[in-house]
Design a protein around this ligand. Structure first.
Ligand code: NI
Length: 137
């Protein structure tokens, strides 16, 4: 088994807020991310897939294909969007990096499987210092 990784980035807005709580509690729990009128992040996404090396190509899967899958199904969908309001697959979900990473996995896993690869990890950095890693359920 060998692992290959593609890096991409996107910019998106969100607001973390739980209607069950009052404003003070939301502010305490979510900090700056609870700002009423949203705010943006420069998200850094890393998608790692694994598989065996194809003897004909020498690839696990062609990184060009992995790039195209991520661009088409993730980046083009979320870049410069509001994660609370614009994104169908985030509807009803708190747009934390954790939840975003889980949704990205669901979208990407069947796509990379078409190329004979398996999802290994999604890493999503909301800032340089706040990074989520997801390895599937
Ligand atoms: Ni935020």
């Amino acid at each position: 088994m060998i692992y290959i990784k593609r890096k991409e980035h996107f910019c998106a807005a969100h607001k973390l807020w739980n209607d069950k709580w009052d404003a003070a509690t939301n502010k305490r729990i979510f900090g700056k991310c609870s700002n009423e009128n949203y705010h943006g992040h420069n998200f850094e996404l890393e998608v790692t897939v694994c598989g065996e090396i194809d003897p004909d190509t020498g690839f696990v899967m062609n990184l060009f294909d992995l790039k195209q899958i991520i661009r088409t199904h993730i980046i083009d969908v979320v870049d410069h969007k509001n994660l609370n309001l614009d994104i169908d697959f985030m509807e009803g979900k708190q747009p934390t990096a954790e939840n975003i990473a889980c949704e990205f996995w669901k979208i990407l896993a069947p796509k990379v499987a078409d190329y004979g690869a398996l999802m290994h990890k999604i890493q999503l950095a909301e800032t340089n210092n706040n990074i989520i890693e997801y390895f599937g359920e």
